[in-house]
Ligand binder design. Structure first.
Ligand code: MG
Length: 257
């Protein structure tokens, strides 16, 4: 059984809902576009060991297992997948992992939120300017991230970026990243932001982001500000491949297709 299928019901376990600031958008007053952003390696980089340590502490607290993220390719993975791999590598069985996961996620969030450092100087090049220009253009922005909900929002808050985002799909809400994109699109549709002509883009730094965009027939924009190299990302054939977000403009997000 694929381990990812085991984390599929985590949203039900954890009972989290997207923390949407609840802004409303008048469709007549904004361009017909939606832009979804990954967090790690795309908006923020070198955020320190706190996220990784929160996962380790939470597993220890709930299961008494000593774990590590060594030898796990973290980038592009959802937090519940990472937790599952960490516990498997420490010898945990599937039943323990499944039963412990809700408490582990809850405690990891609690630990991270209390100790998250200032991330205002950890944003990737061009991020603040782009978000500010997109906001000025009235384009709604959302998050699609493997971070669990409270960790994701806390990072954004400590980076001074939270206010730009109106919806989010987070690591515990679906079994894979494509499922997260699907949730974000459903949320946007429910708010009246999507119709057949809406230009929807997902911006991310890993092949997993590109594949999740493809699976949902939206535009994939890749930046190599994370761990994935230009060559790796080019191999996934994103619609647009950029060194960072400095060269991306609102017009480019409105003009495709
Ligand atoms: Mg990323």
């Amino acid at each position: 059984m694929d381990h990812t299928s085991r984390v599929g019901c985590l949203s039900a376990w954890v009972g989290e809902k997207p923390l949407s600031p609840g802004w409303t958008v008048n469709p007549a007053q904004h361009p017909n576009a939606l832009v979804l952003f990954d967090i790690d390696g795309t908006l923020i980089r070198r955020a320190g060991p706190h996220h990784r340590l929160a996962l380790i502490h939470a597993i220890r607290r709930v299961t008494r297992l000593e774990t590590t993220t060594d030898h796990i390719p973290l980038h592009g993975m959802l937090d519940p997948e990472i937790l599952t791999r960490m516990m498997r590598n420490a010898g945990a069985g599937e039943t323990l992992i499944r039963r412990a996961m809700p408490d582990i996620i809850r405690y990891a969030q609690h630990w991270y939120v209390r100790g998250c450092p200032d991330l205002t100087r950890k944003t990737c090049p061009g991020v603040r300017r782009l978000l500010s220009r997109l906001e000025a253009a009235g384009i709604p922005l959302g998050l699609v991230t493997g971070n669990v909900t409270r960790i994701g929002w806390k990072k954004l808050e400590r980076a001074g970026l939270k206010g730009y985002f109106r919806l989010g799909a987070f690591g515990e809400m679906a079994r894979d990243r494509a499922g997260l994109v699907r949730l974000a699109l459903r949320d946007a549709r429910a708010r009246g932001w999507l119709d057949r002509s809406t230009r929807v883009s997902l911006i991310g730094d890993t092949p997993a982001d590109v594949q999740a965009a493809r699976a949902n027939s939206i535009r994939a924009i890749a930046v190599y500000t994370g761990i994935s190299t230009q060559e790796e990302l080019a191999g996934c054939h994103p619609d647009l491949l950029l060194p960072d977000l400095r060269r991306l403009t609102p017009a480019m997000l409105l003009q495709f297709r």
